[in-house]
Every structure is written in structure tokens, then in C-alpha cells.
Design a protein around this ligand. Structure first.
Ligand code: CU
Ligand code: CU
Length: 362
């Protein structure tokens, strides 16, 4: 009997300790500085410091879910995209390790479906998915502590087949959790980027009619059964960067200058990818997106596991047009997974020179 009482007493003391710790943590959060981060559309990142200034903060962000019809390729394919803040992918959030992310997630009455958000950067409750289900006309506030440094995806996960359907309808994005003292190179020395781009790769599964024309639907739910059928083939009709074929090519090309160090954040919430920069490399690449690990160096092509984001840093040495693509070249050239980077600067003949122009064989 005494043993049982001792055990019960022990457990209640233990629970009391946990409760106290939770209460203390909750009250500590109240004392932290609160800042609002204005999210921007990809491929850009919100204004941020690379090295944290001062102690951890509560970073408030707001995402409004928007179901909208989007054209995703020049051949006229459309989708009822499910979006965070109106873009595919959703906006990237940037914080530092041990900051708190406080998200207000809004599902306006103009939408037709229930949605939520699962942050791979968060701990517990299905990444917050369990605590963020919102029907049209509702909003919810979730706070989580970003205890892991790296780049991570987030996505809608309303349950069952709705999960892949929402994700391949565009409902995913990324968050970058920087180490408080910034990034470090393979030797452990601090390294900074001059600019950063955020590339969300998206696989789409658009149903076709008997004549091979892409079908369009009056509402998102009207297309569900047809799209599930295409999804079950595991063969996407489109694999694109930033929501549409050509979203980052031609006049929408990314830009850089010779000498600039550019951080590329590549997110794929559903499917593996293998980014490659034609004419360049990844000087540094944080495998799996973890900033805690020493970055790999001098890679030609790197890997993004489906359901993750990865960061790669490259210092441009030569001007010209670069193509950044998924080096499954079928997906890049036939399905859309390619971006352009226009790099300005002075050509370096030591790195490359055309000795003879093409001419007849002598
Ligand atoms: Cu959703
Ligand atoms: Cu997930």
C-alpha cells in the first residue's frame, strides 16, 4: 500500500514539475519581444537578419488560404489551386532557432473546403496539423517554438486522401530556421549570402478528357475523383517551379551578379527532386535542409527528398544565362521544372574560352 502511495505521490510531483515548467515557459513567452513578419510571394524571402539580433522573439505571421483557379502551363492546363496567401508554393517564413512562430491561419468564407497546416519544423500535434483545422469562415492561431535549425516544408494535411490532394493542388510552402549566429561553411567559419531565392517545386496531376484536352471544373471538389485517378498513376502531368511552367524563366528569370553568393532554397512537399545548376555548382549544400550539419561541398547535383527542403549556396564566377533545373531532364524540359538565372558581370577567360568559333572541319 505504502509503495503504491509513494508511486502515486512521485507521479503527481513529477506531473506538477512538468505543469510548472509549461506554465513558466508560457509566461516567459509573454515577456519576449513580438515582431510581425510581412510575408512576400516566392521566389523572394521576407526581410530578415542572417544573424539574430538579441534574444529569441515571437514572430507573428498571417496566412490567408485562397482557393483560386490558376493556369499552370501554356497549353492551357488549369487547376483549382489551394494556396497559402494566393501563391504556389505558399510564402516562406524566416526565423531563427528558438524563436516562436505565431501563425494566424485564415480560411475566408469565399473558400469551399476545410484546411489546416502541418509544419515539419514544429514539434508535436502532427506538426500543428491537429490544432489548425479551419472551415471556411474560421481562423486559428498556432504558436510553436522553432527548435531545429534548417529549411523545412509546411503543407495542408486535412486527413486521408485530402492530404495528397491538397498538397498536389499547391498547398505547401517552406520555412527557414536560421542558426542564431548564422550559417557556417564546411570549415565551421561564418558564411553569409548576398541574396536568397526560394524555389517551390510542384507536381500537378491534371485530368484530361477523351480528346486529350485538360479538363476544368466549376469547383475544387468537382475535380477530386478525376484527379485522384491521375494521382494514383504517380505520373505527374506537370512538374513546375513556383506554380506554373515558365514562372521563373525568360522575363521572370532570377538575377544575380558575378561575385554574389546566392542561397537557393528548394522545397518539394510530395516528390523527390534533384536540383542542378547548369554551368555552376553547389559550393555548399545542407543535406536534408539541416543547418546543424556540416554542409557538403562542390556538388554537381543534389537531392531533395520528397517532403523536405534543401538549401544550397553558390557564388557566381561567370556572367551569362544559367538554367537551374530538376536534373530529371524529362521533368525539366517536358514537364516544366526549370528556372533561369541571368548573371551580370565580366567574363573570365581563364575559367572558359571559346578558342575557335564553330566552322567547317579542316
Ligand atoms: Cu488544404
Ligand atoms: Cu508532411
Amino acid at each position: 500500500m505504502r509503495t503504491i502511495l509513494t508511486v502515486i505521490l512521485g507521479i503527481s510531483v513529477l506531473l506538477g514539475c512538468f505543469a510548472n515548467t509549461w506554465a513558466e515557459n508560457a509566461s516567459q513567452v509573454k515577456t519576449l519581444e513580438r515582431v510581425t513578419q510581412r510575408l512576400v510571394a516566392p521566389p523572394f524571402l521576407p526581410a530578415h537578419e542572417q544573424v539574430a539580433q538579441g534574444p529569441p522573439k515571437v514572430v507573428q505571421v498571417r496566412m490567408v488560404i485562397e482557393e483560386k483557379r490558376m493556369t499552370i502551363s501554356p497549353d492551357g492546363a488549369t487547376i483549382w489551386a489551394m494556396t497559402f496567401n494566393g501563391s504556389v508554393p505558399g510564402p516562406i517564413v524566416v526565423v531563427h532557432q528558438d524563436d516562436y512562430v505565431e501563425l494566424t491561419l485564415v480560411n475566408p468564407t469565399t473558400n469551399t473546403l476545410r484546411h489546416n497546416i502541418d509544419f515539419h519544423a514544429a514539434t508535436g500535434a502532427l506538426g500543428g496539423g491537429e490544432l489548425t483545422h479551419v472551415a471556411p469562415g474560421q481562423e486559428v492561431v498556432l504558436r510553436f517554438k522553432a527548435i531545429k535549425a534548417g529549411v523545412f516544408v509546411y503543407h495542408c494535411a486535412p486527413g486521408g486522401p485530402m492530404i495528397p490532394w491538397h498538397v498536389v493542388s499547391g498547398m505547401n510552402g517552406a520555412i527557414m530556421v536560421l542558426p542564431r549566429d548564422g550559417l557556417r561553411d564546411a570549415e565551421g567559419k561564418p558564411v553569409r549570402y548576398d541574396k536568397a531565392y526560394y524555389i517551390g517545386e510542384q507536381d500537378f496531376y491534371i485530368p484530361k478528357d477523351a480528346n486529350g484536352k485538360y479538363k476544368a471544373y466549376p469547383t475544387p471538389i468537382a475535380g477530386l475523383e478525376d484527379m485522384l485517378e491521375v494521382m494514383r498513376t504517380l505520373t505527374p502531368t506537370h512538374v513546375v517551379f513556383n506554380g506554373a511552367v515558365g514562372a521563373l524563366t525568360g522575363e521572370h528569370a532570377l538575377t544575380a551578379k558575378v561575385g554574389e553568393r546566392v542561397l537557393f532554397i528548394h522545397a518539394q512537399a510530395n516528390r523527390d527532386s534533384r536540383p542542378h545548376l547548369i554551368g555552376g555548382h553547389a559550393d555548399l549544400m545542407w543535406s536534408g535542409g539541416s543547418f546543424k550539419d556540416r554542409p557538403a561541398t562542390n556538388l554537381e547535383t543534389w537531392f531533395v527528398a520528397g517532403g523536405s527542403a534543401v538549401a544550397a549556396l553558390y557564388q557566381f564566377r561567370q556572367p551569362g544565362l544559367y538554367v537551374y533545373l530538376n536534373h530529371n531532364l524529362i521533368e525539366a524540359m517536358l514537364l516544366g521544372a526549370a528556372a533561369h538565372i541571368k548573371v551580370e558581370g565580366v567574363w573570365n577567360n581563364d575559367l572558359m574560352e571559346q578558342i575557335h568559333k564553330p566552322g567547317s572541319i579542316k
